[in-house]
Design a protein around this ligand. Sequence first.
Ligand code: GDP
Length: 131
Amino acid sequence: MIKPDAYLAGNSGAIIKMIEEAGFRIVAAKLTKLSGERAGQFYAVHSARPFYNDLCTYMSSGPIVAMILEKDNAVADFRKLIGATNPANAEPGTIRKLFAKSIEANAIHGSDSDENATIEGAFFFSGFEQF
Ligand code: GDP
């Protein structure tokens, strides 16, 4: 998911180009906007964290681009491509190093497991409950 800061800065195209050049195939894509409530559902796992309310406000502050991506070893390779959560710690050349504004407004989300990729894909797209 391309997050609101990256979309609003006009970086969606550059980010998608990096994703495709890294060998990922886009199998579903959608420009949409999360309500605060939907953002809260997406990040429910973080509901006890001190930054949760800020995160929900930020994630509903503008459009996002949701995508389902396909590749061998996709989860690990995508985490490598996007870089560390905090752009200050992200490797040079990663999407977050290039485009993130802060640890919160960090340009892009990537699923952290195959299981969560299935859940998160189904959150945005019907018909992708089973890969
Ligand atoms: P990710 O898997 O790398 O996206 O990181 P996490 O799952 O730990 O956190 C989810 C999202 O919450 C991050 O991508 C950030 O947008 C936000 N976030 C994480 N840690 C912090 C923090 O310490 N402060 C704030 N404000 N936001 C955070």
